[in-house]
Design a protein around this ligand. Sequence first.
Ligand code: ATP
Length: 831
Amino acid sequence: MAPQLAGRARPTKPKKPQRTNKRKRDDVDVEALESAVSELDPKATYTTFTDLPLSEPTREGLKSAHFTTLTDIQARAVPLALKGRDVLGAAKTGSGKTLAFLIPVLENLYRAQCIGGDAGLGAMVISPTRELAIQIFEVLRTIGRKGHLFAAGLVIGGKSLREEQDALARMNIVVCTPGRILQHLSQTAAFNVDNLRMLVLDEADRILDMGFSRDLDAIIEYLPTDRQTLLFSATQTKKVGDLARLSLRDPEYVSVHEAATAATPATLQQNYVLTPIPEKLDTLWSFITSSKKSKILVFLSSGKQVRFVYEAFRHMQPGIPLLHLHGRQKQTARLDITDRFRRAQHSCLFATDVVARGIDFPAVDWVVQVDCPEDADTYIHRVGRTARYEREGRAVLFLDPSEEEGMLKRLEQKRVPIERISVRGKKQISVKKQVQSMCFQDPQLKYLGQKAFASYTRSLHVQKDREVFDLQKYDLEGFAASLGLPGAPRIKFLRADAEEVKRRKNAPRMGPEVDDDVSADSDDEEGEMGVERAKLDKKNGVRTKYDRMFERKNQDVLAEHYAKMVKTDGDAGGEDVDMSRLDGEQAVDDDLFDVKRRIPAGEGSPVPSLSDIDDADEASVTGDPATGTSRTVHLAGAKDPLIIDSKRREKLLKSKKKLLKHKAKGSRVVFDDEGMPHQVYEMQDDEAFRSKGAAEEQRRQYVDAEAERVREQDGRDKVLAKEKKREKREKRKERERAAEEEDGVEKGEDDGTGVGLVGGEDAMANFLADAQASGSDLEEEADVEVEEQPPKKQKKWFQKDVRRDSDDEVGVGKEIGTFDELEAEAARLLG
Ligand SMILES: Nc1ncnc2c1ncn2[C@@H]1O[C@H](COP(=O)(O)OP(=O)(O)OP(=O)(O)O)[C@@H](O)[C@H]1O
């Protein structure tokens, strides 16, 4: 292909020989690369990046990022893609697929000299989530920063459309989410994709599935058909229909792990625990508190579940920093949380499937799936957040007994090796009572619990795989109790609702525009709890006050005292909390799980067993356990001990007044004549009670007496209120009279001519009109029960009339006399 230099170089002036030389070098470089690529044998074995014909900037970029050896998928897919072939790349999670498509993008555009503003858009990389798009963009920057001059951009929404529009016109490479790029394709006039050479779909099966299908089809309509297409995923699609939609040209299917015994990384140890849904929280709590020195990613089925578990658990202080992430959070919070989890050494992140695919959190020790994934593919992606690129990891799946058979079958079909383990009875800590008491004390938490219950139940209801999910078989009452609810909220699944939810479920739940969560996670889609509110809301698109309350208040539910105690970075999203419960109960330092059988995860798996992890898990805590106020936690054995010890907290600890806030509230007592304390309400002695007559009679007498007391008090209150009102009115009138006199004097001095003033009956008519217009002020004056008008207004209209009155020497003011008389006259006329 002839090199096109137009885009590469800024207009060069003949006087600058250096520049010309560089262009010449580029020409030579590009020509040499072209011939090397044409001679490249895609079937040969390549081990290092230097074995491939790559441009100098790419080589340098890879070197500076310490990428030297090719992974399997890179070794197979990169040569093909360099040669311009369409590729369907499938490889296990964490095997380096991102570089497998980014290197060809940089190289192919470089060789085509598709660089600079005039060259237009050369490559589009589509990702199903914003988080993943950002990650891809970061990798692109890492390997492209050493000398490449491409203009690359990220278009994922969350910014002003205008800003993106301006940047898009200059981009050579765009990393984007489907919804947002479609919006630009249809709305941004300057966005020209006629020169597009490469289209890449990361997590291709997800982008091609129902949720994104409409967006994708529309995007493809805009793109030139003569282009190279690369599709990558750990669970690659081979569906002919999908491939036809993308107009692939003789695609090469590269599946490097097809012959492997497992579809998941060999370094991943996978287990499941039979946990009836009412026990889930207990098991999860026991797990978290026994793995405090780990990095744990916990998947739940909906944002509501995530919020509830996060709020409840952080209140109970498990002794490990907790974070939570779901698609309803603001983009900045989402980024902040992913970033914090990325950097954390020990932390537990509760998340929805928004981070199930592609996200490369470093060094995750555990992936815990509390809610069963909807299918085996989702399972594979979720567990793929650990054991990435030759690291070890462990995954635990919680299964309700009713899900066991069906799910195991599905996993087996997908070649997922998983073994059952069980929780050691004595290690299981029950948090039911604590959760119930918290919900009892905090209506907001209870409300979150109801929402969590509804969204979970609904997600079960809309599951497609009935062999795994049978709503009838779950103990929903028990589950509700475990969420601290007094009973299972009534959920009616209307047909229309269910269809809508299904539609949502298929929507791009990890996409930028649509909620992440499994389907039924919209506030308005929670089903009917108690009343048929949600149904109405959804139909009308109305948000109820409960919804608003939920959105507003629960941003920081239960966080108030926490915020004071813990150093936070200020975002409503996940607070980093590192505290140990001080009651000793959590110090679980033995194996939580009883491993019946274990699949050897590779030879001599260095994955630490639970006992390994827990052995060092002793927290040394300073402070006063009685007040529960210590926040200086030093986790033994940690390389970098997490010490939460800010000046602010020390100050706080010293302040007695503030400490009082965290003490238990005292109960009110009354003292008798001998100075003995008593409860405000005390139980009467049984005999003494009976001696006063029948219980019903006593009740009636009590009610009558109380009613009488209330009536009397009410009468007194009314008299008092009238009196106050009267006093107020008199004071006001006095003030007004004084103002009248003052004003009269002033006016008399200033202007005694009365020029242009109305007089006589006109003045009265005006006054009455004003009085009527101001909402029957006269009536109001007569009835003390009616609220007064704001004094400012009264003053204004009064002054107006006074001025008129005082200005007119023979006018109404003088005929009527005082304000009271004027008012009385007005009242008479108004009837
Ligand atoms: N050639 C390489 N040498 C060393 N590390 C690599 C190489 N290629 C990729 N990695 C690292 O491997 C990790 C996983 O890579 P990547 O995120 O591309 O995996 P993936 O196959 O896309 O995973 P998923 O299927 O979960 O999206 C990253 O941390 C990346 O830096």
